[in-house]
Design a protein around this ligand. Sequence first.
Ligand code: PLP
Length: 440
Amino acid sequence: MTSKSLPKNKRSKEEVLAELRTLRAEDARWKEGRTFSLVYHVDDEHSALLKEAYGEFISENGLSPLAFPSLRRMESDVISMAAELFHGNEDVAGTMTTGGTESIMMAVKAARQWAREEKGIGRPEMIVPLSVHPAFEKAAHYFDVDIQHAALGADFRVDVREVERLITPRTALIVGSAPPYPQGVLDPISELAALAQARGLLCHVDACLGGFFLPFARKLGRDIPPFDFEVPGVTSLSADLHKYGYAAKGASVVLYRNRALRRHQFFTYGGWPGGLYASPSMTGTRPGGAIAAAWAVMQALGEEGYLENARRVLSATDTLVAGINAIPGLRVLGAPQVGVFAFSSDSLNVYELGDAMEARGWKMDRQQNPPALHCMITPSHERIVEPLLADLRDCASKLAAGEPAPEGSAAMYGMVGAIPDSKQVDGFLLEFLDGVFDRT
Ligand SMILES: *Cc1c(COP(=O)(O)O)cnc(C)c1O
């Protein structure tokens, strides 16, 4: 048991660190490749580089670029490398943030300011695909922007006619994902951006997941449609370094077509007795370690390293997708373009399949609308491709033969899926959060 009170006396470093490590016992075993989200792992050598670079700048604070020209240099390099990767010319400007959510919140906040200051729209709206990441709902909630959801087509890409139908005089921003998290299928970015441009609106591409993957997949010969500043009409883009950029947690970029748009993101306050205050993003203090680790990983991998990792992810994903589609009753949804995909079933309860797999040590994320299991593949998943397929085959055939699934979360997912009103589900989720953050 850990101590609930601040220890009265000092404890030795060895003792504290030993206790810290024992706390891991029940954690998701991501190193073994048996989990499929949250950790984007390459290998131990890669993690060692991240730790060393992060540790070098663990104390420095990116809030003050004047005090730490080192961090300013690194951030500027990271933004330049990203801008070039995403076909931005020298006008493209951005900042680093602590993650996809912060990048998205900043893009929405910048769009809101743009709408207010340049279009005179007091309470602007944005139109997002149904598959968009909840960070947009969060941004709407935090910044008083109204959000409209456009339906998806049968291929899981947003229906552009639906988006067009939802445009009102208050619309400021149209969003597409490259790709959205649930099915890994890119939205029709060129069409969305063309629509936005024709109507004088902003267009954000959420490439949090695919940003540091798609350019390399394309170089490897994959058919990746244009999704970045190459597309006229795209005005901002978010891409996470701590996903397929393989950086340490707490690193993402948000980029704008030009500095005038980026300016709407910034916050300044000249009246503080503590001094003149200027902050680029949501957070005040900005952890230097995350910036340093991102810079270091981009230098260390280079294009060569990113291509190699993309090749490994694509090859594992191809084998998994083909293997899953070959299992009677299972099918992969849509045509996924990165190492992220979902699969469903018309004949089996996929939540029960998830429970059966979980009993064998596989933690697969559950999805809804439609019910599906989700995989996010990294280079470290290479070696689990065959064992995963073998267990899926076995579990699916046992369920098909009427063998009951072990007890798990299927009942809960079934129950939640049967609630017609998502407001009621919200109540359930609030209870859940209360429980998780209780002082147990
Ligand atoms: C992960 C993700 C985000 C949010 O990123 P966080 O770093 O978890 O805040 C946004 N959009 C997509 C498509 C994502 O996959």
